[in-house]
Design a protein around this ligand. Sequence first.
Ligand code: DGT
Ligand code: MG
Ligand code: MG
Ligand code: MG
Ligand code: MG
Length: 274
Amino acid sequence: MANSKYEYVREFEENPTLLPNTFIVVRVDGRGFHKFANKHGFQKPNDRRALDLMNAAAEATMREISDISIAYGVSDEYSFVFDRATSLFDRRTSKILTTVVSTFTSYYVYHWPTFFSGEDQGLSPPLPSFDGRVVLYPSTKNIRDYLSWRQVDCHINNLYNTTFWTLVERGKLSNREAEERLKGTVSADKNEILFSQFGINYNNEPELFKKGSVLYRVVSESFPIHLIQRPDTISKTQAEKQRKLRQKATIQKEHVDIIQDAFWEANPYLLLDS
Ligand code: DGT
Ligand code: MG
Ligand code: MG
Ligand code: MG
Ligand code: MG
């Protein structure tokens, strides 16, 4: 495009970038999903269709943005962790954040009919939208603690919500009474209420609800581990080849503990160090 006298306005643009060699996390979260869930008849406290839809949108996002190495989702939120050496969009903050949020949102809408297929289950306003934030974590410990924080949150909320809705739906308590009943209780108390009053062993609840979902690329013959290297330590050609392999790699979905070491020892390539 030819220069015009208006060209100077570009100088007003700001392009903040994200610190090199740090783990970038983009966390998206459904806007007003309390209301959205009620409007669209989500089951309480967990609607499997809604969680499957979140996972499908996240997997599609991860496939399109191959610099994402691992993602963790619970409730109406998903955290996407980038390879710490990523040079995607020259690490420009706005580009990375807005691309993840809009890609995720588009796929959420696109896949909606796959999971909500009933006659009265079409999308209608309020339509789903997501906010997003970027956080940087400098060390492997920090990024693991971040993911642990989200999974602990999943556990605490799910135990509370499971007990609350069991008291309401099976115990015939009002919402206010259930809230009163749970005030000041610790995890052991909630487990006890579920077990002694309703014969529910919390341990037997679905792992999807208790642990949330983790997505990552599986190492295989077509995605061999020796080819997974920090892109800044290899040539451009090698990096491009690696990007293609990442795009084609199988994305695995699991509902497992990511707080303990076992998961990370089994998948040491997910958080490559500097
Ligand atoms: P926000 O994020 O500040 O715009 O507001 P909310 O309402 O999205 O609040 P947030 O993100 O803290 O909490 C997530 C809400 O989404 C929570 O009220 C319950 C709802 N939600 C998420 N997953 C499910 C589900 O599977 N079933 C039902 N019934 N509700 C769900
Ligand atoms: Mg929020
Ligand atoms: Mg929300
Ligand atoms: Mg949320
Ligand atoms: Mg453009």
